[in-house]
Structures are given as structure tokens and as C-alpha cells.
Design a protein around this ligand. Structure first.
Ligand code: NDP
Ligand code: A1CAB
Length: 276
């Protein structure tokens, strides 16, 4: 279904660029036009399937995208999107990856009646492991999205990792807080483990090497094993051993859980604010 789709990518920074590499590697898009102030990223220069445009008025003549991927920052979406109104047509689906921006806001920015059957919009939230095909994306579509458009968007998102579809758009705020922003929390944990290792006497370089390898190895173990995370944790924890001593701190009433609860709540609130 998705073979050979024509794609317009608006914004090719960290996230758009990572996804573009995945689509080209998987062959999910056969023709891509990229609108990005810095031009085409290095990784796609010279690829005959990809061309650059400076804006909506500069698209190749006769180019009719099946999908318009919106990958600019939420803060500039309101100024950028109205320029793409002429692309609204029954066969084209708009696929956003922007944090916070709601389906309702896209409907008004694209200038179509919210009830217009031809304005197909999918709002999604990927994450940066998409760069290595190990992303996690959650998506929700409006009523106008046809089964084939949903299949097409699913194929694009699946080319860079796993995909879950939800019916309730409000879930996208906590989704953003958990999986969209989540990689940053894990990288911070590596930094914190390395710093704590240094404080305990390890040379800085060795501490960072241990922290990085441990988080990467534990992540890969979890990826390859169907065992629940709590059981993987218990398998490390010998009764009255070293892990137990650390977990008594991390799992105390003032340990990791209340901290994570606050962090996720703050990110969820920020996602809700970005909608305004
Ligand atoms: N980074 C992440 O982990 C994730 C990001 N997202 C979402 O992805 C979107 C992009 O984020 P991210 O890739 O991190 O940000 P980036 O800043 O790396 O990418 C956005 C790109 O859009 C470009 N841009 C600005 N104005 C225009 C325009 N008028 N037309 C086309 N391109 C334009 C920017 O160029 P310039 O820098 O020159 O302004 C920039 O290169 C955001 O909406 C974010 O919420 C979603 C999930 C995860
Ligand atoms: O920080 C942000 O707003 C974006 C959305 C999720 C990850 N990065």
C-alpha cells in the first residue's frame, strides 16, 4: 500500500531527518520533497528520490504528495502551516509529529471546515530512537482519515520502529511525556550514574563507559526478552546484596517514583500548554 508514496517533509531537523533516513532505507517513500531552511541533510544529498524546496510556493511542478509530514517546532507551526492550504485535497493526509499541536488546531490552520471530509490529519508522537529503527510512535487520526491513509501512515511510522494507535487524542500529552521525551530521561540516568560512580572513586572515563554500557545492555536485554521489567530487576537483586542496598534508596518513599511522577506530570502539562 505504501510502496512508492510521494511525501512532502516540512522541517528536516533532528526528528524529521531521522525519520527520512528510515523511510528511504525501508523504501516506504519513493519520492520525497524536503522543505528545510538548512537544505537537504548530508545523508540524503545525491539521492535521486529526494529533492529540496524552499517553501510551499517552490514545490516541483505537478508534485502531489500522498502525505505531508509536519516536523517543524510547535512554536512555528501556526505561521508555517497556512502556506500549505493549497495541498489540502481528498488524497492527501497531513501527518504531524509536533508536540502539543492538536488535530483541531491543524483543521483551523489548514483553513478547512473541521467537518470537511477531505482534510485527513494524523497526529503522532515519535521518539529519537527512530534514528536507528527502534522508535516508539503513538498516533491518532481524525474522522476523515481513510483506511488506506491510516495504513500508509502506519507504514511510514513503522519504518522507524513500533507504532501504537489510540482513539483518544488527549492521551497524546502523557504519551509525549513518557515515550516522546523519555529517551532524555534515560540519557540523564547515564549521566547521573557516571557522576555517582566518579563520586564513589571511579575514574571519569571508566565511570561513563560503565554507565553507558550498562544502560545500553539493560535496554537491549529488555528489548530481546519478554520478561516483565520488574522480573528483570528482581533477577539482578540478590537477597541482602548490593543491588538491594541501592534499591532500598531508589524505591524509598522519596525515591525514584515520586520524582518520575513529577517529571511526567510536568511534561504532560507542557504538552497541554503547547496546544494553546
Ligand atoms: N526531538 C525529539 O526528540 C522529538 C521531536 N518531536 C517533534 O518534532 C518536531 C521537530 O523537532 P526537532 O526535530 O527536535 O526540531 P529541529 O529544530 O531539529 O527541527 C525542526 C526543523 O524545522 C526547520 N524549520 C523552521 N522553519 C521552517 C519552515 N518554515 N519550513 C520548513 N522547515 C522549517 C528548522 O530549521 P531552523 O533550525 O533553521 O529553524 C529545523 O531544522 C517538533 O514539533 C517536536 O515537537 C517529536 C518527538 C520527539
Ligand atoms: O521536548 C520536546 O518538546 C520534544 C517533544 C518530545 C521530545 N522532544
Amino acid at each position: 500500500m505504501s510502496e512508492g508514496c510521494a511525501l512532502l517533509l516540512v522541517g528536516c531537523g533532528k526528528m524529521g531527518g531521522a525519520m527520512l533516513d528510515g523511510w528511504l532505507a525501508a523504501g516506504t517513500a519513493s519520492r520525497v520533497v524536503v522543505v528545510e531552511p538548512s537544505g537537504l541533510p548530508e545523508s540524503v544529498r545525491g539521492n535521486p528520490a529526494v529533492s529540496a524546496a524552499t517553501g510551499p510556493a517552490d514545490l516541483p511542478s505537478g508534485f502531489v504528495p500522498d502525505v505531508v509530514v509536519l516536523a517543524v517546532k510547535p512554536q512555528v507551526m501556526d505561521t508555517v502551516l497556512p502556506g500549505y492550504r493549497p495541498l489540502v485535497r481528498p488524497g492527501t493526509v497531513f501527518l504531524s509529529i509536533a508536540a502539543g499541536k492538536t488535530i483541531g488546531s491543524f483543521e483551523s490552520l489548514l483553513g478547512a471546515d473541521a467537518a470537511a471530509p477531505e482534510l485527513s490529519i494524523v497526529r503522532s508522537m515519535p521518539n529519537t530512537p527512530a534514528a536507528i529503527g527502534r522508535g516508539m510512535t503513538v498516533a491518532v487520526g481524525n474522522a476523515a482519515v481513510t483506511p488506506s491513509q491510516r495504513t500508509l501512515c502506519d507504514a511510514l511510522l513503522r519504518a522507524v520502529g513500533d507504532v501504537a494507535w489510540v482513539e483518544d487524542e488527549l492521551l497524546l500529552d502523557p504519551v509525549t511525556a513518557v515515550s516522546g521525551s523519555g529517551p532524555a530521561y534515560v540519557f540523564l540516568m547515564v549521566e547521573a550514574m557516571a557522576k555517582a560512580g566518579e563520586a564513589a572513586g571511579l575514574p571519569a572515563e571508566l565511570a561513563m563507559r560503565l554507565a553507558r554500557a550498562t544502560v545500553a545492555g539493560a535496554g537491549e536485554l529488555m528489548h530481546q526478552s519478554p520478561t516483565p521489567a520488574a522480573d528483570l530487576r528482581k533477577a539482578v537483586t540478590s537477597p541482602n546484596g548490593t543491588t538491594q542496598a541501592a534499591l532500598d534508596v531508589l524505591m524509598a518513599g522519596d525515591g525514584l517514583q515520586p520524582l518520575m511522577d513529577r517529571a511526567i506530570a510536568a511534561a504532560t502539562r507542557r504538552s497541554q500548554e503547547l496546544a494553546r
